[in-house]
Design a protein around this ligand. Structure first.
Ligand code: ZN
Length: 282
């Protein structure tokens, strides 16, 4: 029995258009990013409903707000990142694609709805943890260290972590878990029980561990280019104007977006594992 409702699809489509349109106006999203957000938002709001929508909106608005904090300092560091703060379609799909796929199958499921919803929340917890870690961690003075080698590296390097960033990741994952509990669909609709503290902790840990995995992948396999003029290692294919770059580390095809997509998938898989083996052991 499908619980897809025409009313929810129409409200979902309208809400997705509103969020995508406003985000484009306020330059949080590029045009392609807004189109991608419309697709993701329609699936999450229209197919998934409130249980998916709450965590997605919490992720989107908290990260947009945090990107405005300490903006001057971040703009200087942005030279090292692959992309700026206006998100494009690939970034939107990398962050919300897994949750949207889970939302798309959700109304057609006969069983295991709770698990699928928690997997979607954990995938958003993962990307939220990673974004909070980047946005808040970059405000810390002093150099961060590589998660893979523990060596000090310049702020903004992929795979670099700091204590403040790790704390922000943990809080970012917990925040999405809390919103997920608060917006969990009412019993009467299609879910029989409410998540409790063990489920919340499973989502938060899954999100945090997936964000750590994001840093490890970012510091090892992700493509990093060496600027041939100044020697900086960067995600970008151009650094100093008109100066060539060459691949300095990782694989060319392993972009920052792909790393984020893998982390969001890992968040979903980690929570499934934690639920199956620790929260509901057979
Ligand atoms: Zn350079």
């Amino acid at each position: 029995m499908s619980t897809l409702s025409l009313t929810q699809l129409m409200i979902g489509g309208g809400l997705a258009a509103l969020v995508a349109g406003l985000s484009y106006l306020f330059r949080l999203l590029s045009f392609s990013g807004a189109v991608a957000a419309l697709v993701i938002g329609f699936l999450i709001f229209g197919f998934g409903g409130i249980g998916f929508a709450g965590p997605l909106l919490a992720f989107f608005f908290s990260c947009s707000l945090l990107s405005q904090v300490g903006r001057k300092r971040k703009e200087r560091m942005n030279a090292l990142y692959e992309k700026g703060s206006t998100r494009d379609a690939m970034q939107v799909f990398a962050n919300g694609g897994i949750a949207a796929l889970l939302a798309a199958v959700f109304p057609f499921l006969e069983a295991h709805r709770e698990t699928v919803l928690m997997m979607a929340i954990a995938s958003l917890a993962a990307v939220n943890a990673d974004t909070w870690a980047t946005e808040i961690g970059s405000l810390q003075r002093g150099s961060p260290w590589m998660v893979t080698t523990l060596r000090r590296v310049p702020a903004g390097t992929s795979g670099a972590v700091s204590w403040l960033g790790l704390l922000a990741a943990l809080l970012g994952a917990l925040f999405i878990g809390l919103v997920g509990v608060l917006t969990w669909p009412p019993r009467s609709i299609y879910i029989l029980w409410q998540p409790e503290v063990p489920e919340l902790l499973a989502v938060a840990w899954a999100g945090f561990l997936a964000a750590l995995a994001d840093s490890i992948l970012g510091g090892s396999f992700q493509a990093q280019y060496r600027c041939l003029r100044c020697g900086a290692l960067t995600e970008r294919k151009t650094h100093c104007p008109d100066a060539p770059v060459r691949l300095g580390r990782g694989y060319r095809w392993m972009t920052n977006d792909l790393v984020n997509l893998i982390a969001s998938l890992l968040g979903a898989l980690f929570v499934w594992f934690l639920l199956a083996y620790f929260v509901y052991p057979a």
